[in-house]
Design a protein around this ligand. Structure first.
Ligand SMILES: NC(=O)c1ccc[n+]([C@@H]2O[C@H](COP(=O)([O-])OP(=O)(O)OC[C@H]3O[C@@H](n4cnc5c(N)ncnc54)[C@H](OP(=O)(O)O)[C@@H]3O)[C@@H](O)[C@H]2O)c1
Length: 165
């Protein structure tokens, strides 16, 4: 196991499964202490347990990116336990079936919920944790995106991401 991230504290949102879990596993394998952000503490603890079985220093942090109270308490917890944050990975994201419809058929509440999570959630988490990231000697913020968010791809009629209205 390489240990080049020894001493680094990394928070990954939505790390209880999928890409977020794998990011946590890989950062942890390189020696980072990984904070498994999960909106459901049980699912988070299950994932952190699996990581610990792989000799990874993993802790669970309850964090729902659309609930500012949980973001504030995660920030306080990180501050009191570590005093800094080195890596923030904004991974939590959703794509519901309703988002895949042509714009003329998308329900506004579905769209609002997707923006709350994928856009305002990233802003809220990053803004709240910025003071802790600034306490790191080399703070890093990583935002996950998608081809669906690519202006280039969405404006290229040959790629075909554009929906028929
Ligand atoms: N998979 C792909 O092909 C692909 C392609 C491009 C981009 N991405 C991006 O990569 C990221 C991860 O995708 P994935 O495929 O790993 O998705 P996934 O398997 O559906 O996992 C999403 C994670 O985000 C969490 N989450 C959702 N809403 C949340 C909220 N309000 N607060 C905190 N956590 C929340 C989920 O928690 P629960 O378990 O509680 O639901 C889960 O842990 C997303 O940002 C996605 O847009 C994925």
């Amino acid at each position: 196991m390489s240990e080049d991230l020894e001493g680094k504290i990394a928070l990954i949102t939505g790390a209880n499964k999928g890409i977020g879990y794998e990011i946590a596993r890989q950062l942890g394998s390189r020696g980072a202490t990984v904070l498994v952000g999960a909106r459901d503490i049980g699912r988070g603890e299950e994932a952190a347990n699996k990581l610990r079985l792989n000799q990874i220093d993993a802790r669970t942090i309850q964090l729902d990116v659309i609930d500012q109270k949980t973001i504030d308490s995660a920030s306080k917890q990180i501050e009191s336990e570590f005093g800094k944050l080195d890596i923030l990975v904004n991974n939590a994201g959703i794509l519901s079936d309703g988002d895949r419809l042509p714009p003329s058929q998308v329900d506004i509440e579905t769209l609002r919920h997707t923006y709350e999570t994928n856009v305002f959630g990233v802003f809220a988490v990053t803004k709240t944790l910025l003071p802790l990231l600034k306490k790191s000697t080399a703070g890093r913020i990583v935002n996950l995106s998608s081809g669906l968010g690519s202006l280039t791809q969405n404006s290229d009629p040959n790629i075909g991401l554009l929906f028929d209205f």
